[in-house]
Design a protein. Structure first.
Length: 164
C-alpha cells in the first residue's frame, strides 16, 4: 500500500482498514486438516458438485421420458401438437391447413403470439388476401404497429421448419 492510501484509511477509520485487509487476504491459501487450498475453491467445489448432480438428473429424466415414448421398433414418437400451429402456414396447398389457421384465430384477429400472427397473416395473404381472417389479422397487426412477414422472412422460417 502507498503512504497516501494508508493515510486515507487512517482518516476513514478502523472499519475500512479491516475491509481492505479482508480483500487482501481473499486469495491467500488456507489450511484445514493439513490440506492446502484457496478459500474460493470451496465455494466452486460445492457448487460444481451441485451443478453436476443437477445436470445428471436432467439428463436422466430426459432419457426416461423419451424412452417411455418409444414404440416397439425403438423409434421415439414425438408429439408435435404443441408446435403444430407454427407449421400450418407452410403447408398452403392443403386446404385443411388453411381451415385450421382460420379456426384457431382469436376474435381480435391474433393467434398465440405476434410471430405466429405475422406468419399466419402472410400465409392467408398468399392464399386469399380478401378473406375475413386476413383482414382481421391485418387490423390486429396494424394496432400493434406490426406487419406480415416479408417473403424472405417467410421463406427463412419455412426453411428453418424443415429442420424439425
Amino acid at each position: 500500500m502507498t503512504e497516501d492510501f494508508k493515510e486515507t484509511l487512517d482518516e476513514l477509520g478502523p472499519e475500512y482498514i479491516q475491509v481492505v485487509d479482508k480483500l487482501k487476504n481473499l486469495g491467500e491459501i488456507e489450511t484445514r486438516n493439513g490440506r492446502f487450498f484457496a478459500k474460493r475453491s470451496v465455494f466452486f467445489k460445492r457448487n460444481g458438485v451441485l451443478l453436476a448432480a443437477s445436470l445428471t438428473l436432467v439428463i436422466a429424466m430426459t432419457f426416461y421420458f423419451v424412452k417411455s415414448n418409444w414404440d416397439k421398433k425403438g423409434i421415439a414418437e414425438i408429439d408435435i401438437s404443441a408446435s403444430k400451429p407454427y407449421f400450418l402456414a407452410f403447408n398452403l396447398t392443403d386446404e385443411r391447413s388453411i381451415e385450421e389457421i382460420k379456426r384457431t384465430q382469436k376474435p381480435d384477429g391474433s393467434w398465440n403470439n405476434d410471430l405466429l400472427t405475422r406468419q399466419n397473416a402472410t400465409a392467408l395473404k398468399k392464399v386469399d388476401d380478401s378473406s375475413l381472417a386476413y383482414r382481421k389479422a391485418m387490423r390486429y397487426l396494424r394496432s400493434k404497429g406490426l406487419s406480415p412477414l416479408s417473403d424472405s422472412e417467410f421463406q427463412s422460417l419455412k426453411e428453418l421448419s424443415l429442420l424439425f
